[in-house]
Design a protein around this ligand. Sequence first.
Ligand SMILES: *Cc1c(COP(=O)(O)O)cnc(C)c1O
Length: 395
Amino acid sequence: MTDNSDDWKPQTALVHGGTLRSQFGETSEAIYLTQGFLYESAQAAEARFKGEEPGFIYSRYANPTVDMFEKRVCALEGAEDARATASGMAAVSAALLCSLKAGDHVVAARALFGSCRWVVETLMPRYGIETTLVDGASLEAWEGAVRPNTKLFFLESPTNPTLEVCDIAAIARLTNGIGARLVVDNVFATPLLQKPLELGAHVVVYSATKHIDGQGRCLGGVILSDKEWIDEHLHDYFRHTGPSLSPFNAWTLLKGLETLPLRVRQQMENAARAADYLAEHPKVSRVVYPGRKDHPQAEIVARQMKGGSTLVCFDLKDGKEAAFAFENALKIIGISNNLGDAKSLVTHPATTTHKNLDDDARAQAGIGPGTLRLSLGLEDAEDLIKDLDQALQRA
Ligand SMILES: *Cc1c(COP(=O)(O)O)cnc(C)c1O
Protein backbone atom coordinates (compact mmCIF):
# COMPACT_ATOMS: atom_id res chain seq x y z
CA MET A 1 0.00 0.00 0.00
CA THR A 2 1.39 3.39 -0.89
CA ASP A 3 0.70 6.85 0.42
CA ASN A 4 1.41 10.35 -0.84
CA SER A 5 3.70 11.22 2.05
CA ASP A 6 6.05 13.10 -0.31
CA ASP A 7 3.72 16.10 -0.12
CA TRP A 8 3.24 16.03 3.63
CA LYS A 9 4.69 18.39 6.18
CA PRO A 10 6.44 16.69 9.14
CA GLN A 11 3.50 16.73 11.56
CA THR A 12 1.21 15.06 8.99
CA ALA A 13 3.82 12.45 8.04
CA LEU A 14 4.32 11.62 11.72
CA VAL A 15 0.63 10.83 12.18
CA HIS A 16 -0.16 9.13 8.84
CA GLY A 17 3.13 8.19 7.12
CA GLY A 18 3.64 4.51 6.28
CA THR A 19 0.24 3.33 7.58
CA LEU A 20 -0.63 -0.20 6.40
CA ARG A 21 -4.31 -0.71 7.17
CA SER A 22 -5.71 -4.25 7.38
CA GLN A 23 -9.09 -5.36 6.00
CA PHE A 24 -10.66 -4.27 9.32
CA GLY A 25 -9.92 -0.59 8.79
CA GLU A 26 -8.49 -0.04 12.29
CA THR A 27 -7.76 3.59 13.24
CA SER A 28 -4.58 2.88 15.16
CA GLU A 29 -1.80 0.84 13.59
CA ALA A 30 -2.09 -2.94 14.06
CA ILE A 31 0.57 -4.91 15.93
CA TYR A 32 1.57 -7.83 13.72
CA LEU A 33 3.13 -9.94 16.44
CA THR A 34 4.16 -12.81 14.19
CA GLN A 35 7.42 -14.54 13.37
CA GLY A 36 6.53 -15.81 9.92
CA PHE A 37 4.00 -15.54 7.10
CA LEU A 38 2.00 -18.14 5.15
CA TYR A 39 2.11 -18.50 1.38
CA GLU A 40 -0.91 -19.42 -0.74
CA SER A 41 1.06 -22.05 -2.62
CA ALA A 42 4.51 -23.51 -3.11
CA GLN A 43 4.78 -21.40 -6.25
CA ALA A 44 3.99 -18.24 -4.24
CA ALA A 45 6.70 -19.12 -1.71
CA GLU A 46 9.19 -19.63 -4.53
CA ALA A 47 8.25 -16.31 -6.15
CA ARG A 48 8.55 -14.43 -2.87
CA PHE A 49 11.98 -15.89 -2.10
CA LYS A 50 13.12 -14.97 -5.61
CA GLY A 51 11.93 -11.40 -4.98
CA GLU A 52 9.51 -11.68 -7.93
CA GLU A 53 6.47 -11.09 -5.75
CA PRO A 54 6.21 -8.52 -2.94
CA GLY A 55 5.38 -9.66 0.58
CA PHE A 56 6.80 -10.59 3.94
CA ILE A 57 8.92 -13.71 4.53
CA TYR A 58 10.18 -13.68 8.11
CA SER A 59 10.18 -11.00 10.81
CA ARG A 60 13.98 -10.94 11.08
CA TYR A 61 13.91 -9.51 7.53
CA ALA A 62 10.81 -7.34 7.70
CA ASN A 63 7.46 -7.15 9.49
CA PRO A 64 4.36 -5.03 8.70
CA THR A 65 4.38 -3.06 12.00
CA VAL A 66 8.14 -2.50 11.79
CA ASP A 67 7.68 -1.50 8.14
CA MET A 68 5.19 1.22 9.16
CA PHE A 69 7.69 2.58 11.65
CA GLU A 70 10.50 2.58 9.06
CA LYS A 71 8.35 4.32 6.42
CA ARG A 72 7.15 6.94 8.90
CA VAL A 73 10.68 7.82 10.00
CA CYS A 74 11.73 7.98 6.31
CA ALA A 75 8.92 10.44 5.59
CA LEU A 76 10.06 12.67 8.44
CA GLU A 77 13.76 12.48 7.65
CA GLY A 78 13.36 12.75 3.88
CA ALA A 79 15.31 9.49 3.44
CA GLU A 80 14.75 6.91 0.71
CA ASP A 81 14.96 3.86 2.94
CA ALA A 82 15.48 2.72 6.54
CA ARG A 83 15.99 -0.32 8.75
CA ALA A 84 14.69 -0.35 12.33
CA THR A 85 16.78 -2.05 15.02
CA ALA A 86 16.34 -3.43 18.52
CA SER A 87 18.32 -0.59 20.13
CA GLY A 88 20.27 2.52 19.24
CA MET A 89 23.54 0.62 19.61
CA ALA A 90 22.32 -2.08 17.19
CA ALA A 91 21.69 0.77 14.71
CA VAL A 92 25.11 2.36 15.27
CA SER A 93 27.08 -0.90 15.09
CA ALA A 94 25.22 -2.13 11.98
CA ALA A 95 25.57 1.24 10.23
CA LEU A 96 29.30 1.30 10.92
CA LEU A 97 30.24 -2.33 10.41
CA CYS A 98 28.07 -3.32 7.43
CA SER A 99 30.25 -1.56 4.88
CA LEU A 100 33.72 -2.05 6.44
CA LYS A 101 36.35 -4.75 6.14
CA ALA A 102 39.80 -5.46 7.60
CA GLY A 103 42.30 -2.92 6.32
CA ASP A 104 39.80 -0.03 6.12
CA HIS A 105 40.27 3.14 8.18
CA VAL A 106 37.63 5.05 10.15
CA VAL A 107 37.86 8.60 11.52
CA ALA A 108 35.49 9.47 14.36
CA ALA A 109 34.94 12.47 16.60
CA ARG A 110 36.32 11.82 20.07
CA ALA A 111 33.22 13.07 21.88
CA LEU A 112 31.00 10.02 21.36
CA PHE A 113 28.35 8.25 23.40
CA GLY A 114 30.29 5.73 25.54
CA SER A 115 29.20 2.55 23.72
CA CYS A 116 29.80 4.16 20.30
CA ARG A 117 33.31 5.00 21.41
CA TRP A 118 33.84 1.37 22.51
CA VAL A 119 32.75 0.08 19.09
CA VAL A 120 35.18 2.43 17.32
CA GLU A 121 38.10 2.27 19.75
CA THR A 122 37.98 -1.34 20.98
CA LEU A 123 35.83 -3.54 18.74
CA MET A 124 36.82 -2.37 15.25
CA PRO A 125 40.60 -2.80 15.75
CA ARG A 126 39.97 -6.44 16.82
CA TYR A 127 38.71 -7.07 13.28
CA GLY A 128 41.60 -5.25 11.61
CA ILE A 129 39.78 -1.95 11.05
CA GLU A 130 42.07 1.01 11.78
CA THR A 131 40.51 3.90 13.70
CA THR A 132 41.49 7.48 14.59
CA LEU A 133 39.66 9.70 17.08
CA VAL A 134 39.79 13.45 16.44
CA ASP A 135 38.51 16.71 17.91
CA GLY A 136 35.23 16.83 15.99
CA ALA A 137 35.00 20.62 16.15
CA SER A 138 38.28 21.04 14.23
CA LEU A 139 38.04 20.67 10.44
CA GLU A 140 41.84 20.55 10.26
CA ALA A 141 41.80 17.55 12.61
CA TRP A 142 39.42 15.66 10.28
CA GLU A 143 41.55 16.57 7.26
CA GLY A 144 44.77 15.63 9.01
CA ALA A 145 43.48 12.18 9.96
CA VAL A 146 42.67 11.09 6.39
CA ARG A 147 44.65 8.10 5.04
CA PRO A 148 44.52 6.45 1.61
CA ASN A 149 42.30 3.69 3.11
CA THR A 150 39.85 6.02 4.96
CA LYS A 151 36.34 4.76 4.19
CA LEU A 152 34.11 6.21 6.88
CA PHE A 153 33.67 9.29 9.08
CA PHE A 154 31.48 9.09 12.18
CA LEU A 155 30.24 11.85 14.46
CA GLU A 156 27.57 12.91 16.89
CA SER A 157 26.32 16.51 16.99
CA PRO A 158 25.49 18.02 19.44
CA THR A 159 27.74 15.79 21.52
CA ASN A 160 27.09 14.02 24.78
CA PRO A 161 27.34 15.55 27.37
CA THR A 162 28.93 18.89 26.52
CA LEU A 163 26.68 19.77 23.54
CA GLU A 164 29.56 20.69 21.27
CA VAL A 165 28.65 21.00 17.59
CA CYS A 166 30.39 19.66 14.46
CA ASP A 167 30.09 21.42 11.09
CA ILE A 168 28.25 18.59 9.31
CA ALA A 169 28.15 20.21 5.84
CA ALA A 170 31.90 20.93 5.86
CA ILE A 171 32.77 17.42 7.09
CA ALA A 172 30.42 15.92 4.45
CA ARG A 173 32.26 17.88 1.72
CA LEU A 174 35.57 16.53 2.98
CA THR A 175 34.12 12.99 3.01
CA ASN A 176 32.89 13.33 -0.58
CA GLY A 177 36.28 14.65 -1.67
CA ILE A 178 37.98 11.40 -0.65
CA GLY A 179 35.17 9.04 -1.73
CA ALA A 180 34.33 8.08 1.85
CA ARG A 181 30.98 8.17 3.69
CA LEU A 182 29.76 10.18 6.67
CA VAL A 183 27.57 8.54 9.33
CA VAL A 184 25.86 10.94 11.79
CA ASP A 185 24.36 9.90 15.14
CA ASN A 186 21.56 12.49 15.35
CA VAL A 187 20.07 11.54 18.72
CA PHE A 188 20.75 14.79 20.55
CA ALA A 189 19.32 16.97 17.76
CA THR A 190 16.29 14.75 16.95
CA PRO A 191 15.05 14.61 13.32
CA LEU A 192 13.12 17.83 13.95
CA LEU A 193 16.02 20.12 14.80
CA GLN A 194 18.65 18.87 12.35
CA LYS A 195 18.58 16.98 9.04
CA PRO A 196 22.03 15.45 8.45
CA LEU A 197 21.10 13.96 5.04
CA GLU A 198 20.18 17.44 3.75
CA LEU A 199 23.53 18.70 5.06
CA GLY A 200 25.34 16.07 2.96
CA ALA A 201 25.76 13.14 5.37
CA HIS A 202 25.25 9.70 3.79
CA VAL A 203 23.77 7.78 6.70
CA VAL A 204 21.88 8.93 9.81
CA VAL A 205 21.27 6.79 12.89
CA TYR A 206 18.99 7.19 15.91
CA SER A 207 18.49 5.63 19.25
CA ALA A 208 14.67 5.65 19.10
CA THR A 209 14.85 4.87 22.83
CA LYS A 210 15.35 8.59 23.42
CA HIS A 211 12.99 11.26 22.01
CA ILE A 212 11.15 8.99 19.53
CA ASP A 213 9.73 6.84 22.31
CA GLY A 214 10.18 9.73 24.72
CA GLN A 215 8.11 8.09 27.41
CA GLY A 216 10.63 5.71 28.95
CA ARG A 217 9.12 2.45 27.65
CA CYS A 218 11.21 0.54 25.16
CA LEU A 219 14.52 0.40 23.31
CA GLY A 220 14.78 0.87 19.58
CA GLY A 221 16.90 2.32 16.81
CA VAL A 222 16.83 3.20 13.14
CA ILE A 223 19.30 3.58 10.26
CA LEU A 224 18.38 5.84 7.32
CA SER A 225 20.12 6.36 3.99
CA ASP A 226 19.60 6.19 0.23
CA LYS A 227 18.24 2.97 -1.23
CA GLU A 228 21.47 2.17 -3.02
CA TRP A 229 23.58 2.20 0.17
CA ILE A 230 20.99 0.14 2.05
CA ASP A 231 20.71 -2.44 -0.75
CA GLU A 232 24.46 -2.68 -1.27
CA HIS A 233 25.73 -2.63 2.32
CA LEU A 234 23.02 -3.00 4.94
CA HIS A 235 20.45 -5.35 3.41
CA ASP A 236 22.30 -8.67 3.74
CA TYR A 237 24.14 -7.68 6.93
CA PHE A 238 20.82 -6.84 8.57
CA ARG A 239 19.03 -10.02 7.45
CA HIS A 240 21.78 -12.37 8.53
CA THR A 241 22.98 -10.81 11.80
CA GLY A 242 19.48 -10.16 13.20
CA PRO A 243 19.40 -6.78 14.98
CA SER A 244 15.69 -6.48 14.08
CA LEU A 245 13.17 -4.49 16.13
CA SER A 246 10.29 -6.33 17.80
CA PRO A 247 6.85 -5.51 16.27
CA PHE A 248 5.53 -4.58 19.71
CA ASN A 249 8.32 -2.05 20.24
CA ALA A 250 7.83 -0.75 16.68
CA TRP A 251 4.19 -0.07 17.54
CA THR A 252 5.17 1.79 20.72
CA LEU A 253 7.63 3.89 18.72
CA LEU A 254 4.99 4.59 16.01
CA LYS A 255 2.79 6.07 18.74
CA GLY A 256 5.79 8.07 19.95
CA LEU A 257 6.30 9.56 16.48
CA GLU A 258 2.75 10.96 16.46
CA THR A 259 3.54 13.31 19.35
CA LEU A 260 7.27 13.84 18.71
CA PRO A 261 7.07 17.46 17.46
CA LEU A 262 4.82 18.54 20.35
CA ARG A 263 7.10 16.96 22.90
CA VAL A 264 10.37 18.19 21.39
CA ARG A 265 9.00 21.73 21.13
CA GLN A 266 7.93 21.77 24.79
CA GLN A 267 11.14 20.10 26.00
CA MET A 268 13.21 22.59 24.02
CA GLU A 269 11.30 25.51 25.53
CA ASN A 270 11.90 24.08 29.00
CA ALA A 271 15.60 23.62 28.18
CA ALA A 272 15.95 27.21 26.98
CA ARG A 273 14.29 28.47 30.18
CA ALA A 274 16.50 26.28 32.38
CA ALA A 275 19.67 27.35 30.49
CA ASP A 276 18.85 31.04 30.95
CA TYR A 277 18.11 30.51 34.63
CA LEU A 278 21.33 28.52 35.24
CA ALA A 279 23.48 31.03 33.34
CA GLU A 280 22.58 33.72 35.91
CA HIS A 281 23.17 31.57 39.00
CA PRO A 282 26.25 32.42 41.13
CA LYS A 283 27.05 28.74 41.87
CA VAL A 284 27.16 27.86 38.15
CA SER A 285 30.46 28.44 36.34
CA ARG A 286 29.48 27.37 32.80
CA VAL A 287 26.29 26.72 30.82
CA VAL A 288 26.35 25.12 27.37
CA TYR A 289 23.12 25.27 25.40
CA PRO A 290 23.07 25.30 21.60
CA GLY A 291 20.11 27.72 21.60
CA ARG A 292 22.05 30.47 23.42
CA LYS A 293 24.09 33.19 21.76
CA ASP A 294 27.05 32.38 24.03
CA HIS A 295 27.33 28.79 22.71
CA PRO A 296 30.97 28.37 21.57
CA GLN A 297 29.81 27.47 18.03
CA ALA A 298 26.64 29.58 17.85
CA GLU A 299 27.32 30.41 14.20
CA ILE A 300 27.34 26.71 13.14
CA VAL A 301 24.24 26.06 15.27
CA ALA A 302 22.43 28.84 13.40
CA ARG A 303 23.44 27.33 10.04
CA GLN A 304 22.59 23.68 10.65
CA MET A 305 20.00 23.46 13.44
CA LYS A 306 16.40 24.65 13.69
CA GLY A 307 16.56 25.00 17.47
CA GLY A 308 18.76 24.47 20.50
CA SER A 309 18.28 21.09 22.10
CA THR A 310 16.22 19.45 24.82
CA LEU A 311 19.36 19.14 26.97
CA VAL A 312 21.51 21.58 28.91
CA CYS A 313 25.05 21.01 30.16
CA PHE A 314 26.36 23.03 33.10
CA ASP A 315 29.15 23.11 35.68
CA LEU A 316 28.90 23.76 39.39
CA LYS A 317 31.84 25.77 40.77
CA ASP A 318 32.36 23.51 43.76
CA GLY A 319 32.90 20.25 41.89
CA LYS A 320 31.72 16.74 42.64
CA GLU A 321 30.54 17.35 46.20
CA ALA A 322 28.31 20.23 45.09
CA ALA A 323 27.05 18.24 42.09
CA PHE A 324 26.08 15.27 44.28
CA ALA A 325 24.40 17.51 46.90
CA PHE A 326 22.47 19.23 44.09
CA GLU A 327 21.33 15.92 42.54
CA ASN A 328 20.28 14.49 45.89
CA ALA A 329 18.24 17.60 46.74
CA LEU A 330 16.14 17.51 43.53
CA LYS A 331 12.48 16.69 44.07
CA ILE A 332 10.98 16.57 40.55
CA ILE A 333 14.03 15.97 38.38
CA GLY A 334 15.22 12.36 38.60
CA ILE A 335 18.79 11.03 38.63
CA SER A 336 19.16 8.89 35.50
CA ASN A 337 21.56 8.47 32.59
CA ASN A 338 18.63 8.32 30.14
CA LEU A 339 17.51 11.35 28.12
CA GLY A 340 14.75 12.68 25.87
CA ASP A 341 12.11 11.42 28.31
CA ALA A 342 8.83 13.08 29.36
CA LYS A 343 10.35 13.19 32.84
CA SER A 344 13.25 15.57 33.47
CA LEU A 345 16.47 13.69 34.26
CA VAL A 346 19.93 14.68 35.41
CA THR A 347 23.24 12.82 35.32
CA HIS A 348 26.78 13.41 36.58
CA PRO A 349 28.81 12.23 33.56
CA ALA A 350 32.18 11.93 35.33
CA THR A 351 30.87 9.19 37.65
CA THR A 352 28.30 7.55 35.32
CA THR A 353 28.21 7.74 31.51
CA HIS A 354 31.86 8.79 31.16
CA LYS A 355 33.42 7.00 34.15
CA ASN A 356 35.45 4.71 31.85
CA LEU A 357 37.49 7.58 30.40
CA ASP A 358 40.77 8.39 32.14
CA ASP A 359 41.19 11.85 33.68
CA ASP A 360 42.95 13.27 30.61
CA ALA A 361 40.33 11.99 28.18
CA ARG A 362 37.57 13.34 30.40
CA ALA A 363 39.19 16.76 30.62
CA GLN A 364 39.68 16.69 26.83
CA ALA A 365 35.95 15.98 26.48
CA GLY A 366 35.17 19.03 28.62
CA ILE A 367 33.82 16.97 31.51
CA GLY A 368 34.88 18.21 34.92
CA PRO A 369 34.02 17.06 38.47
CA GLY A 370 31.19 19.64 38.63
CA THR A 371 29.71 18.93 35.17
CA LEU A 372 26.02 17.94 35.04
CA ARG A 373 23.83 17.01 32.06
CA LEU A 374 20.17 17.91 32.34
CA SER A 375 17.53 16.42 30.01
CA LEU A 376 14.35 18.47 30.13
CA GLY A 377 11.00 16.74 30.21
CA LEU A 378 7.41 17.85 29.79
CA GLU A 379 6.77 19.24 33.28
CA ASP A 380 5.81 22.89 33.79
CA ALA A 381 8.88 25.10 33.30
CA GLU A 382 8.22 27.10 36.46
CA ASP A 383 8.06 23.96 38.60
CA LEU A 384 11.36 22.79 37.09
CA ILE A 385 13.10 26.12 37.76
CA LYS A 386 11.80 26.06 41.35
CA ASP A 387 13.26 22.55 41.71
CA LEU A 388 16.62 23.63 40.28
CA ASP A 389 16.59 26.67 42.54
CA GLN A 390 15.94 24.85 45.80
CA ALA A 391 18.50 22.15 44.93
CA LEU A 392 21.15 24.74 44.05
CA GLN A 393 20.67 26.32 47.48
CA ARG A 394 21.82 22.99 48.93
CA ALA A 395 24.70 22.48 46.50
C1 LIG B 1 21.40 6.40 23.88
C2 LIG B 1 22.31 6.68 22.76
C3 LIG B 1 22.80 5.65 21.94
C4 LIG B 1 22.46 4.20 22.20
O1 LIG B 1 21.10 3.94 22.15
P1 LIG B 1 20.40 2.68 22.91
O2 LIG B 1 19.00 2.73 22.42
O3 LIG B 1 20.55 2.92 24.37
O4 LIG B 1 21.14 1.45 22.48
C5 LIG B 1 23.64 5.99 20.90
N1 LIG B 1 24.00 7.28 20.67
C6 LIG B 1 23.55 8.28 21.44
C7 LIG B 1 24.00 9.68 21.13
C8 LIG B 1 22.70 8.03 22.51
O5 LIG B 1 22.27 9.04 23.27
